[in-house]
Design a protein around this ligand. Structure first.
Ligand SMILES: *[C@@H]1O[C@H](CO)[C@@H](O)[C@H](O)[C@H]1NC(C)=O
Ligand SMILES: *[C@@H]1O[C@H](CO)[C@@H](O)[C@H](O)[C@H]1NC(C)=O
Ligand SMILES: *[C@@H]1O[C@H](CO)[C@@H](O)[C@H](O)[C@H]1NC(C)=O
Ligand SMILES: *[C@@H]1O[C@H](CO)[C@@H](O)[C@H](O)[C@H]1NC(C)=O
Ligand SMILES: *[C@@H]1O[C@H](CO)[C@@H](O)[C@H](O)[C@H]1NC(C)=O
Ligand SMILES: *[C@@H]1O[C@H](CO)[C@@H](O)[C@H](O)[C@H]1NC(C)=O
Ligand SMILES: *[C@@H]1O[C@H](CO)[C@@H](O)[C@H](O)[C@H]1NC(C)=O
Ligand SMILES: *[C@@H]1O[C@H](CO)[C@@H](O)[C@H](O)[C@H]1NC(C)=O
Length: 826
């Protein structure tokens, strides 16, 4: 999370209002009034509407045909629970909208029924709670066309999932009223978002068609409103928007938050396919057709765009956004392995040599193909072409605007740089390999082996070690998939995942370590161990969490040893670690309150030795949307008060063979480092995001975990600050040693606090929060390169051994400091 007080500073609401947010308060109050009327008049649930929108070929099957497509998740027994809910015996995690009266027949207004499926059972509705870990829900939509007349308002920690074999269509009626067919964070009367946007975690929307074409093109309409943060995703969604001249429709609207990841989205039509404003995000595999502007970037610190396809639009990425003082409000963007076809202007930017802030509006383009494009890069204020277009086809191999650094410091800025040298083993057809989270859509429910059916309880009390191990071991032998019903599964010794395992969770079930086995700081043990050293094969794992209960100073939450064949990587999608900050963890505000004025270390709050370790024997592993988080606040506390929980290390990669893809990952609040690449090679990472623990330097990163000399980086950089001795010892965001081909496409590495005070990261602060953020050894690190490095609260952005290469004040951006490219080849 990022503290919320500053959100107003970075989110230019005035700007967004200029876009197509309808008068928000008005829309919200109207909507609330209508809802109460609806509830008073129960018969409205059966009210029918004329469906004036025409069905496109995608949706052409009859509703009967569509409804007969089955999906294993619909038919499997639903026995997931929320272990720490106030009433776990009656609280339902799984909800099928049809059980709540939704018809999906294309005629009935299903708004109220869908809303009651979401709202049932004391959940965290907008405006009713700050956040929660105990009322998570999965709301399932069978195939069908669901007419909606006002926003489907999503609640905190809600997964909306449709049948991937026949995407359910959410069809807005002609008179639809609301901000978003799905409103992921409904504005409250008074104009505030319902939750701090940087605290919106653990939610997904996947497998839908969102259709606003029945709404007149001249009326504002939004597909999904999605201010959001870590451990969230949108996947496999088709947006159908009006494309008539003058259309005011937009597919996706994000105005705030600290994301995040989304992939596999297709947009048809609209004034804007997507409007994006958020600190940082990784977006992959988005396709736009027939929009006026495919992507409107209203503000950011740094975004990573991978695999974007723009077709028949006026503008592809419009990031030419300035504020009333004529300053850039977009920090930076990295755009690669993408294409523009039949489009007038691929990139519209407003950065030039005189831009303020100095590095504002930075852009890196790598390997982008153009086919019948009017202007490749346009300087918006004068409409001048910075890079000409082409009526035929061509490729931009490299184009850069921003600060470029080499190992001896800043380099004279040139727009053309040598693109990153890509090892072939990371590529597929010349692009970085990509692989979306599997849905196993073609399998019947009989292919899945439920852990609760196999005897595990998941109640947050029972020791489930033996029951889980039995199900997992048997499934790898029989070829079944392991289905983790929602729940919290306590384990007291290592859980072993063998090669051939495929594991899928419902609503982020939690594996929670407990007991003395995991609490010896000198003898760390894996909680979940994937494969043995020397073993090879493939594992797929999605939608889960690994956590700890109480003091667990020796817990390695995930240890990955498995070697996978090249060309057939293992994968981990939406699998997160979460340490502390939730009911039942024994590491909440009650046990581990933030205590800046004390210097006493509470060893009962020392939990997690290392969040994830990819060991020397592991290879060929694809991670997508993974958040390794030690909590900075208590998620179930109504005031979200801060907590001090110590976890030794974040992500350690020591794979000798390498071939590791880190797509949309973040690692936060670990003591000694967040990302550590040691004796490894062939790493693709974009975007990476980190935060330093808020308590440091009280204590410093030298405690409370003793140095592991073989793998921990040290803190021997020189310190210019008078009192800096302890401040030098603050968690490294990224520490690279003896590694080759480490290619980073976007890095947001932040240090907001010093001993719980943010004055060190305020704009213009003279005393920074920490000394250094990125460290690499010059002697034996080769082809280490970064696009879009953004740091906050840090004096030296990159250190080559003890030499500071880039200093924050020379590279000021919209809030962070930013360099668009670092290349360690001299
Ligand atoms: C809606 O229609 C169904 C039959 O399709 C009926 O069972 C139900 O009672 C009706 N609901 C209301 C509120 O009238
Ligand atoms: C991109 O998304 C589409 C669905 O929108 C999917 O069919 C395709 O496989 C995805 N491609 C990649 C490379 O992930
Ligand atoms: C291009 O997009 C416009 C809408 O902006 C649409 O009217 C037109 O049919 C599209 N052209 C093609 C060839 O699809
Ligand atoms: C590009 O950016 C400028 C602002 O710099 C803006 O005026 C213009 O409308 C944008 N779009 C196009 C198509 O030029
Ligand atoms: C870039 O993308 C194209 C496909 O669009 C591919 O053929 C090419 O090899 C890629 N890689 C590089 C490094 O140019
Ligand atoms: C902790 O581990 C160390 C190193 O293996 C061992 O010497 C020590 O006895 C262990 N402590 C306990 C309490 O088991
Ligand atoms: C941390 O800040 C508190 C005030 O919030 C202060 O009392 C304390 O002395 C500080 N501790 C250190 C080690 O800087
Ligand atoms: C890397 O280089 C340093 C010299 O700066 C050397 O001491 C070290 O042993 C080398 N090897 C590794 C694996 O770090």
């Amino acid at each position: 999370m990022r503290f919320t007080s500053i959100a107003g500073l970075v989110f230019p609401l005035a700007l967004a209002e200029k876009l197509v947010i309808p008068a928000v308060e008005e829309a919200v109050s109207l909507q609330l009034a209508e809802f109460s009327e609806y509830y008073a008049d129960a018969d409205v649930a059966n009210k029918t509407f004329d469906s004036s929108g025409t069905l496109s070929s995608h949706d052409a099957r009859s509703i009967e045909e569509r409804q007969s497509s089955s999906y294993w998740y619909e038919t499997i027994a639903h026995q997931g629970i929320s272990a720490f809910n106030d009433d776990p015996t009656t609280y339902k995690v799984y909800r099928n909208v049809k059980d709540y009266g939704a018809k999906g027949d294309g005629k009935t207004d299903d708004t109220i029924a869908i809303q009651s499926a979401i709202g049932n059972g004391g959940r965290c509705a907008p405006g009713t709670c700050a956040s929660t870990s105990t009322t998570n829900a999965v709301v399932y939509f069978p195939a069908g066309t669901y007419l909606v007349s006002s926003s489907i308002v999503s609640y905190y920690a809600t997964i909306l999932v449709g049948n991937p074999n026949s995407l359910p269509i959410l069809k807005a009626t002609a008179t639809f009223n609301g901000f978003g067919v799905i409103d992921g964070a409904q504005y409250q009367p008074g104009g505030a978002l319902p939750w701090g946007a940087t605290n919106i975690f653990w939610r997904q929307i996947k497998n839908f068609v969102i259709d606003t074409t029945a709404i007149p093109a001249a009326n504002a309409a939004t597909g999904i409103h999605w201010p959001t943060s870590q451990a969230t995703s949108l996947q496999n969604i088709v947006f159908r928007l009006a494309s008539d001249a003058g259309t005011q429709h937009q597919g996706l609207f994000i105005e705030d938050g600290s994301g995040g990841f989304m992939n596999d989205l297709i947009f048809y039509g609209g004034k804007y396919g997507a409007v994006f404003g958020n600190q940082q995000f990784t977006v992959r595999n988005l396709t736009f057709y027939d929009a006026v502007t495919a992507i409107s970037q209203i503000w950011n610190w740094g975004w990573t765009f991978q695999g974007i396809s723009v077709n028949n639009c006026t503008v592809g990425l419009d990031m030419a956004t300035r504020d009333e003082d004529n300053k850039e409000v977009v920090g930076s963007a990295i755009f690669f392995d993408s294409s523009f076809t039949d489009t007038e202007i691929a990139f519209n930017i407003s950065r030039n040599a005189n831009s303020l802030p100095r590095t504002g509006g930075s852009l890196a383009i790598e390997n982008v193909s153009l086919n019948n494009v009017g202007t490749a890069v346009q300087y918006g204020p004068t409409q001048a072409a910075l890079v000409a277009g082409t009526t035929a086809s061509s490729t931009i191999t490299s184009w850069i605007s921003g600060q470029v650094y080499h190992p001896n410091g800043p380099k004279k800025v040139a727009t053309t740089q040598t693109p990153f040298t890509r090892p072939a083993s990371l590529l597929s057809n010349g692009k970085y390999y990509q692989r979306s989270k599997p849905s196993y859509a073609d399998l019947p429910s009989s292919s899945f082996s439920s852990v609760r059916a196999g005897g595990a309880k998941g109640d947050g009390k029972t020791d489930d070690t033996a029951a889980l191990q039995k199900v997992i071991t048997a499934a790898a032998v029989s070829g079944k998939l392991v289905y983790f019903d929602a729940g919290t599964y306590i384990i007291t010794s290592t859980l072993f995942i063998p090669a051939k395992s495929k594991i899928v969770g419902e609503g982020y079930p939690v594996i929670m370590s407990s007991g003395s086995v995991f609490n010896n700081v000198s003898s760390p043990k894996p909680v979940v161990q994937v494969g043995n050293s020397g073993e090879s094969g493939v594992v797929e794992w999605s939608d889960m969490m690994v956590s700890t209960k109480g003091a667990q100073a020796g817990a390695i939450l995930i240890q990955w040893n498995l070697a996978s064949p090249s060309g057939s990587p293992s994968g981990m999608w939406d699998v997160h670690t979460r340490i502390g900050g939730t009911k039942g963890s024994g590491l909440t505000y009650a046990e581990c309150p933030a205590a800046p004025s004390s210097t006493i270390i509470n060893n009962n709050c020392r939990s997690g030795n290392t969040a994830m370790h990819i060991t020397t024997s592991a290879s060929n592993l694809y991670l997508e949307n993974v958040w390794l988080w030690t909590a900075d606040h208590d998620v179930d506390d109504p005031q979200l008060r801060q907590i001090t929980v110590y976890t030794g290390r974040g992500l350690l990669v020591e794979s000798k063979v390498g071939n590791i893809w880190l797509v949309g990952t973040s690692v936060e609040h670990h003591v000694r480092y967040q990302y550590r690449f040691l004796n490894t090679q062939n790493i693709y990472a974009g975007q990476i995001q980190t935060e330093t623990p808020y308590y440091q330097p009280n204590p410093s990163a030298r405690s409370p975990f003793p140095l592991i000399t073989s793998t921990d980086p040290n803190f021997d950089v020189s310190c210019p600050r008078a009192t800096a001795a302890s401040n030098c010892a603050e968690a490294w965001g990224l520490a690279v040693q003896a590694s080759k081909n480490v290619l980073i496409y976007g890095a947001g590495l932040y240090s907001f606090f010093s001993n719980y005070s943010t004055s060190c990261s305020d704009a213009g602060a003279s005393t920074l929060c920490q000394q250094g953020m990125v460290l690499y050894d010059a002697a034996n690190t080769t082809n280490f390169r970064i696009y879009g490095l953004n740091t906050v609260g840090t004096y030296g952005m990159i250190y080559r051994d003890t030499v500071r290469l880039a200093t924050y004040d020379y590279n000021i951006n919209v809030y962070p400091s930013s360099i668009i490219m670092f290349d360690n080849a001299v």
